[in-house]
Design a protein around this ligand. Structure first.
Ligand SMILES: *Cc1c(COP(=O)(O)O)cnc(C)c1O
Length: 376
């Protein structure tokens, strides 16, 4: 059996006609940026998350960067980010001129460890960016408490967790502002790059909108040195279709995750820990294994594609070598990078496919074969 890491096939087959209809309508409208399709999607996505304002933009990185800029973050400031996340979280900080300050994750949830945040706060710290990584909410109670105590802004990175719930509330409603990505592979994905910013703060919303539109609130009147990062009408039209199905598609991922959690039984494998009173949306199903590369190779031989999130911790990435981190500085993030493996996870995996993945993993043995022993 061949099982890809991600497949859009079932998802897009379900909405094919609606997508094509919306494409044709947009084409015939002769209006491609900043029209009624943007407005309609922004309104429905704000309502879905449960906040007043949504501003569409070009991608998730821009959503983070525009949020930070709107909060006034700039050179000389420091922003707390998780050491274990996608590079965009840190790059968004760097693009404002501020310094990303990395905090260790927890080994069991993979999310930022709130207990390790305060030791990194200095007089220059202006904000925290919690990431709801792999679709599991970060520990927002503890994080909001720290932010309040030190008067820090909170920018939620929601790129991997559309629709996830923490203590009865959707993620994206805790911080001052929240950034979403609609990269095609995310739980809610466009047919290309797209992103959005969500907030309840009218002033902030207006500033974000201007910053993504050349810094202009009115045409040719430039208040800020802004960027060009706007949501295309076409992408908004596609997203409006897919948003209607998001809860259903997330539910299906939860069905797959539940089976992985209940049926994967192998002493070599550590399953992700799910906190109490939360609803993860399983952007990624991340397991850990000391023999990770061997497991990945074994699964690939059985036709099962996997992935690593993320093979190099951000503090050790070449692009941040100016920060002079060394191996051992972020030992938990390094341990995750060395042992994490992401299993196939997408809408519409069949029961047989899920069973096949589980069976293969349960029959993985990490015993070294005799040749390996001779080599040793
Ligand atoms: C995907 C992602 C981003 C960036 O989104 P793009 O749309 O690819 O720019 C930011 N943060 C996290 C955690 C992501 O997974």
């Amino acid at each position: 059996m061949k099982i890809p890491f991600v497949s859009f096939e079932k998802m897009h087959n379900e909405v094919r006609e609606e997508l094509i209809q919306n494409f044709q309508d947009t084409l015939d409208s002769n209006w491609f940026i900043g029209g009624i399709r943007d407005a309609e999607f922004e309104e429905s996505f704000a309502a879905y998350v449960g906040r007043k304002y949504c501003i569409g933009c070009g991608n998730g990185l821009d959503a983070l960067m525009l949020s930070l800029k709107a909060l006034g973050i700039s050179a000389g400031d420091e922003v707390i980010v998780p050491a274990n996340t996608f590079i965009a979280t840190a790059l968004a900080v760097s693009y404002t001129g501020a310094l990303p300050v990395f905090v260790e994750p927890k080994l069991d949830t993979y999310n930022i460890n709130p207990e390790r945040i305060e030791e990194k706060i200095t007089s220059k710290t202006k904000a925290i960016i919690p990431v709801h990584l792999y679709g599991q909410p970060a520990e927002m109670d503890a994080i909001m408490q720290i932010a309040k105590k030190h008067s820090l802004f909170v920018v939620e990175d929601c790129a991997q967790a559309h629709g996830a719930v923490y203590h009865g509330r959707k993620i994206g409603t805790f911080g001052d502002i929240a950034a979403f990505s609609f990269y095609p592979g995310k739980n809610l994905g466009a047919l290309g790059d797209a992103g959005a910013i969500i907030t309840d703060d009218q002033k902030l919303a207006g500033k974000v909108r201007a910053l993504g539109n050349y810094g202009a609130e009115q045409k040719y009147n430039h208040i800020y040195q802004g960027n060009n990062s706007r949501l295309d009408e076409l992408q908004a039209a596609f997203l409006s279709v897919k948003l209607k199905y998001l809860d259903k598609w997330n539910c299906d991922r939860q069905r797959t995750a539940l089976r992985y959690l209940q049926e994967i039984r192998n002493a070599n494998i550590i399953l992700p820990y799910v906190m109490e009173d939360i609803k993860p949306v399983w952007h990624v199903f991340a397991i850990r294994c000391q023999e990770r590369d061997k497991l990945a190779k074994y699964l690939l031989e059985k036709g099962i594609e996997t992935n690593k999130h993320y093979p190099i911790p951000i503090p050790l990435q070449e692009c941040y070598k100016n920060l002079n981190f060394r191996r051992g500085d972020y030992s938990i993030a390094e341990e995750i990078s060395a042992t994490e493996l992401s299993l196939p996870m997408y809408y519409g995996m069949s029961d047989e496919e899920i069973s096949y993945v589980i069976y293969a993993i349960n029959h993985f043995s990490n015993k070294r074969n005799e040749q390996d022993l001779i080599k040793v």
